[in-house]
Ligand binder design. Sequence first.
Ligand code: COA
Length: 176
Amino acid sequence: MKIQIRQENPGDYEAVFEVVEKAFAAEEFSDQTEQFLVERLRKSDAFVPELSLVAELGDKIVGHILLTKLRLVNDQTKFESLALAPVSVLPEYQRKGIGGMLIEYSHQRAKELGFKSVVVLGHEKYYPKFGYQQADLFGIELPFDVPKENCMVIELVENGLTGLKGMVEYPKEFYE
Ligand SMILES: CC(C)(COP(=O)(O)OP(=O)(O)OC[C@H]1O[C@@H](n2cnc3c(N)ncnc32)[C@H](O)[C@@H]1OP(=O)(O)O)[C@@H](O)C(=O)NCCC(=O)NCCS
């Protein structure tokens, strides 16, 4: 199975909508609106086109990941980071390593673009495989009433989160 990861382009939007919709369709924790979140984020200031990536098998899009800009905020400073949300793989292609490839590739691209960290709200057994750690270990809080195990961060560079204790400020499009 030869999977290719590349930047999404406008011609992919329809296929990506379907991939996201189908990926989340059976997820209990989801409200099944993630495909609309992707559409809103593409139009927002938080959007980084290089960090909207698709996984292709031949000419079929089977997965997608989106990293958008957010801020870590405290009394002294505001600092840019990224939100990983969402990552989606078509159900029939799940558990074949595609989600992992998308995550790793997105980290690499984000690092090349100068980002130093990523924040994710997600499954506590999945994201640690890719180096995510609980956000509270870094003094970072997410603005959601969810178990702390699900609030995670990764440093893309050494000490990427040193001295950045604070609250995560998501783009407003996450709340619409
Ligand atoms: C989560 C998702 C993107 C993972 O993609 P995937 O291609 O199936 O993942 P991978 O094959 O790369 O899995 C990597 C590892 O995570 C495990 N894993 C996969 N999905 C998992 C899940 N939902 N919960 C816990 N572990 C999971 C796999 O067993 C694998 O472990 P291993 O390497 O030790 O065998 C995909 O299952 C999906 O689209 N799910 C629905 C949408 C969703 O929940 N997105 C994440 C929330 S934003």
